[in-house]
Design a protein around this ligand. Sequence first.
Ligand code: CUA
Length: 314
Amino acid sequence: MSEGAKEVDWLFYAIYWFSVFFFVVITLATIYFVIKYKRKPGQKEEATIDHTKLELLWTITPVAIIVVLFHISFSAYIKNATAAEGAMEIRVRAKRWAWEFEYPNGSRSPGELFLPVNKPVKLVMSSEDVLHSFYVPNFRMKRDTVPGMYTTLNFKPNELGDSQVFCAEYCGAPKVASGQPQQGHFYMLAMIHVVSEDEYKKQVDKMDKMPELCGDKPCTPETWGEQLFAKNGCPTCHSKDGSKGAGPSLKGVFGTMQPTNAGGQMADENYIRESILRPQAKIVTGFENAQMPMFGGLKDPQIDALIAYIKTLK
Ligand code: CUA
């Protein structure tokens, strides 16, 4: 589904059929000579004489093939490694176990990337915790995301449609054992939607606003909050059934006193808001080593919806 994919496929199959061809030829020749020159009774071995022309042929031919393949591969690599003029820059943030995308206007869409068709794109990718790898088979693209540095991917989607994103670098299993089966490296998925320019604008425009439908019912702050909770990967660490994970369970937390490293703290709207935006400000006792990432990209209506949802966890 991307412009560079054709070259990747062409090269892959060229090398594949070259290998098949020479494998068959060499194997057949080997079998033929083994039978033909088998030791026979009464026959003495003779010294073989160098055949310079033949040796030159089977040295120069593979070298020439390799030089040609290198040239094609390297020019394709360079073309795909450099961003096209006017490419749209999109931030990709990886964390256990979710992909988050940020558009040039600051809108975000966790788990879903919308791209306009036939527009060059540059992904600037980073990781908030461990190594991940952004893998899109349909685009013939794969690149690691590395904590502490940026990696980039340049491409131009040239076909409308959806494409699955995988994480191709093992990044761990969840600590919450019960009730959260859809977590872990295996479930670190996202979807790329290649759409028309108009549809792209429409999607980015409504990204930070409450959608009309949550499931098959009209959205309320509570159900939208539930969606945001899942999309942002919160269930990875926070259970809603009271079981302890990498972070405290959120069951029955709202409106109660919580022991923190800054003393007892009433879990009200302000405290939850602060915990989302600056998780290290006050840490619940027993979770001092937990490294919750900051969710500074969330907009106020989204935080309100998350709070509304957390209130329902009784
Ligand atoms: Cu992230 Cu595997």
